[in-house]
Design a protein around this ligand. Structure first.
Ligand SMILES: Cc1cc2nc3c(=O)[nH]c(=O)nc-3n(C[C@H](O)[C@H](O)[C@H](O)COP(=O)(O)OP(=O)(O)OC[C@H]3O[C@@H](n4cnc5c(N)ncnc54)[C@H](O)[C@@H]3O)c2cc1C
Length: 506
């Protein structure tokens, strides 16, 4: 570490998105005030600060995609846009008094477990510090992934990723290539299609698309939600319950999803009259295997005369000519990559060195795994929010975050109860048993058996991203920390200057 060890805090939270801000609120509620939130950017919001592309909005209704402890009766739409979600998170930071804890421009560059002092040494862009406990909330979809396309460097036009939208570049009248057909692309395509001269969509795999029941939330509803909070709670409960009921179809009975596929095909038929285009847009895998998209304007936009769908991925760039894997050539002025994020290769994992002197990325070389989605073996007092196998195919990740915050709160209480300087390190046997349980349950899910390749799967073909159960079940398994699943590390009390003893297993 450079420049000494800096200040010491009880808890260092990394990231100021939904996860980090949620952790900060919970810490304060638990009476912990000795903590900082380290954020590499210059503001809060995470996903909702970085993604400003045209049409950006949530895919889970706002009344569910928000904190239970910070309800917002004023959501303007069923699926609110990025600016409203970002403003909501700014308000959370203000309302819950989080500002004094926030450290912006403080990218965590590296951190190392100090086994003698039982604490983390953290090197940030804003200086070093140490912490007893680290909560990593760096986000599942935070670091954009641009594929290594041969010749991309020869492209003379504009290139950017959907999550780093260049608002200084005017797409009007331009020939734009959109690479990818994920959730972001499905929002961008209809938003930019009316303005661009030509839009070419490079599609490796067509997504399944269902109607989006979006609408303005009326003034009367908002009044009711403000003055009769039970109506707000009922709305949230209903949104949650419907999604909980869907889980079994995805995780246990994918063969019953045929009816949903029929609905999606009818949705496609209504919008796209050209049979050749329809054929290109019809998936050949089970619905749900890849993330199901909700959109009413994606298909109509693709049917417009200024749009081409190339049913093949981008293989090569030769100057301003884009060559698809099937040989199709397209001239473009700009390339927008909607190619997703580093998900199964979480960038923070390269920066964290644990008790055995290896990085989290090295320890996860055969696939990410963490006890109850939170604790990795060999990384004491390091808790990941939205860690391995905590993602959801159909519901709000905020439910997962809040469940993990219960776990965090109990973790800190357990440390307090143990007294003295103590740390908990997940036992490899417990982590492996957890990972085995997940893997067994995954076999039946649509994500693993539905006949597609998706970003849910890692390079080994294992699904290390999604939770194969309901959010209620996840909440249950993260309610309490089971000390039997951890090794207790202790630093014996010692006189100043006396030699340090290593932590002992329990
Ligand atoms: C366009 C888009 C739409 C989405 N829509 C939905 C939806 O409808 N429903 C849903 O459930 N989920 C959705 N998601 C997933 C979304 O990422 C999560 O719901 C949620 O926002 C994650 O919050 P987070 O705090 O864990 O991560 P993020 O919001 O990604 O925040 C992580 C923060 O950590 C910071 N950070 C990262 N690395 C470091 C470092 N080394 N040092 C310091 N700071 C660091 C980042 O700058 C960022 O501010 C969407 C994602 C995207 C991209």
């Amino acid at each position: 570490m450079v420049g000494g060890k800096g200040e010491h805090v009880r808890v260092a939270v990394i990231g100021a998105g939904f996860g980090g801000l949620g952790a900060a609120v919970r810490l304060r509620r638990e009476g912990v005030t000795d903590f900082v939130v380290l954020e590499r950017a210059d503001g809060v919001g995470g996903t909702w600060r970085d993604n400003t592309y045209p049409g950006c909005a949530c895919d889970v209704p706002s009344h569910l995609y928000s904190f239970s402890f910070a309800p917002n009766p004023d959501w303007p739409r069923a699926f609110s846009g990025q600016s409203h979600i970002r403003a909501y998170l700014e308000r959370v930071a203000d309302t819950f008094g989080l500002r004094p804890h926030l450290r912006f421009g403080a990218e965590v560059r590296s951190m190392r477990w100090d086994a003698d002092e039982l604490r983390w040494e953290i090197d940030t862009a804003a200086g070093p510090l140490t912490a007893d406990v680290v909560v990593s909330a760096t986000g599942p979809l935070s670091d954009p992934k641009i594929p290594d396309v041969p010749g991309l460097g020869t492209f003379p036009g504009k290139v950017f990723h959907s999550s780093r939208w260049d608002h200084g570049y005017d797409l009007r009248g331009k020939r734009v290539a959109m690479i990818g057909t994920g959730a972001s692309a499905a929002q961008i395509v209809p938003a930019v299609q009316p303005d661009v001269e030509r839009l070419t969509l490079f599609q490796r795999t067509p997504p399944w698309v269902l109607p989006r029941f979006d609408r303005r939330i009326t003034a009367a509803e908002r009044w009711l939600h403000t003055h009769v909070p039970a109506t707000r709670a009922a709305r949230r409960g209903l949104l949650w319950g419907v999604r909980e009921l869907q889980v079994g179809l995805f995780t246990k009975r994918p063969n019953q999803l045929g009816l949903v596929e029929s609905l999606a095909k009818a949705h496609l038929r209504r919008a796209v009259k050209d049979p050749a285009l329809r054929a290109r847009l019809t998936p050949d895998y089970r619905i749900g295997c890849k993330r199901v998209l909700l959109s009413n304007d994606y298909y109509p936009a693709l049917a417009r005369p200024n749009v081409d769908v190339v049913a093949s991925g981008l293989a090569e760039v030769r100057g301003s000519t884009l060559v698809a894997a099937d040989g199709t050539e397209t001239e473009a002025d700009a390339i927008v990559f909607g190619t997703g994020f580093h998900v199964t290769d979480m960038p923070i994992a390269d920066r964290v060195t644990g008790a055995d002197g290896i990085t989290l990325a090295e320890s996860w070389k055969d696939g990410m795994k963490a006890l109850r989605g939170t604790s990795a073996a060999g990384f004491p007092n390091f808790l990941t929010l939205i860690g391995p196998n905590t993602g959801l195919g159909n519901s709000s990740l905020i439910l997962i975050v809040e469940a993990q915050l219960n776990y965090l709160a109990d973790y800190l209480r357990q440390l307090d109860t143990l007294g003295g300087r103590a740390a908990l390190d997940a036992r490899p046997s417990a982590v492996n048993a957890w990972a085995r349980m997940i893997r067994t349950r995954m076999e039946r899910t649509v994500w693993n058996s539905g006949g597609c390749d998706s970003w849910y799967l890692d390079e080994h073909g294992h699904n290390t991203t999604l939770w194969p159960g309901t959010t209620a079940e996840f909440r249950k398994v993260t309610r309490r920390v089971d000390l039997a699943e951890y090794r207790l590390l202790r630093m014996p009390r010692r006189a100043p200057g006396a030699p340090v003893a290593a932590g002992a297993g329990r």
